[in-house]
Design a protein around this ligand. Structure first.
Ligand SMILES: [Mg+2]
Length: 268
């Protein structure tokens, strides 16, 4: 596959980052190949901007980033006339206010990040305190730990929908957000790069969870990353679908190397 006009759009947790350790060492060879070919490597994550920027900075990446499950697209180096950020989601205060009203009204047993201290968030996620601090800096979504029955969840979900909100299932949490998802953001990115270059754009998207399905469906090549904790979600309706043998960052690297560099010189 030619690297010209190719975008790599990727989930982070459980995909580029190991589900348990949040490490990405196993992905180094593919990261290096993307860097060498100057292929845009675009995060599309439920993480916050602060968390995504910390990782991008560690990897010396300066590409656009989609954060909070398609709620906002940040363009670090906009051309003249382009915005710095495109907001597709809803402000978090509105989501949290609705959540509090729903709990009072129906007595749902559900907790959100806004109910927790940084230390509690670290304990729930396995993040360090410094990382949990960045994870708390949410602007457009509220991750939820559902502790009620399945039946109550369906009622809660219907109520969220009636309010114009979306509930997505992520790796560890449900995510309450506006009417957006990673797929809408991926379609926006395709149009953005097409307008910039005047060329057709080919998108390789990689993800491990249910909240990645819309992103994978919006791609030309959908890579489902094997998870150590759950089976593959249903196959997306993309032109080409690959399911990795290896989990997390090792599977991420294996798929990208075979797609971008069919005869890798650095095979080992
Ligand atoms: Mg994931």
């Amino acid at each position: 596959m030619s690297a010209v006009g190719t975008l790599v759009v990727t989930d982070l947790d459980g995909t580029l980052l190991d589900h348990h350790t949040y490490q990405y060492d196993a992905a180094q060879a593919a990261l290096a190949l993307c860097r060498q070919r100057r292929i845009p490597l675009i995060f599309n994550t439920s993480k916050t901007l602060a968390e995504s920027q910390a990782l991008a900075s560690a990897l010396s990446l300066h590409w656009p980033m989609v954060v909070e499950n398609g709620s906002a697209i940040h363009l670090p180096e906009p051309l003249e006339g382009e915005p710095r950020a495109v907001i597709l989601g809803q402000p978090r205060q509105q989501l949290v206010a609705w959540l509090q009203r729903e709990r009072q009204r129906a007595g749902f047993s559900v907790q959100g990040f806004s109910d927790w201290s940084v230390a509690e968030l670290a304990a729930h996620t396995g993040l360090s305190l410094a990382q949990a601090e960045l994870a708390q800096q949410r602007e457009y979504s509220e991750p939820l730990l559902w502790q009620d029955t399945e039946h109550a969840f369906l009622t809660f979900q219907a109520s969220a929908r009636a309010q114009g909100f979306t509930l997505l299932k992520g790796g560890r949490f449900f995510h309450l957000l506006g009417q957006t998802d990673k797929g809408r953001a991926t379609t926006w990115l395709r149009q953005h790069y097409h307008t910039r270059s005047g060329q057709p754009v080919q998108i390789i998207a990689l993800g491990d969870g249910h909240n990645d399905s819309a992103m994978l469906a919006a791609a030309d090549v959908a890579v489902q990353i094997r998870s150590p904790v759950h089976p593959f979600p249903p196959k997306p309706a993309a032109k080409r679908v690959i399911q990795t043998e290896l989990c997390g960052p090792a599977g991420w690297a294996q798929a990208l190397l075979s797609l971008l560099d069919p005869q890798p010189a650095a095979a080992h």
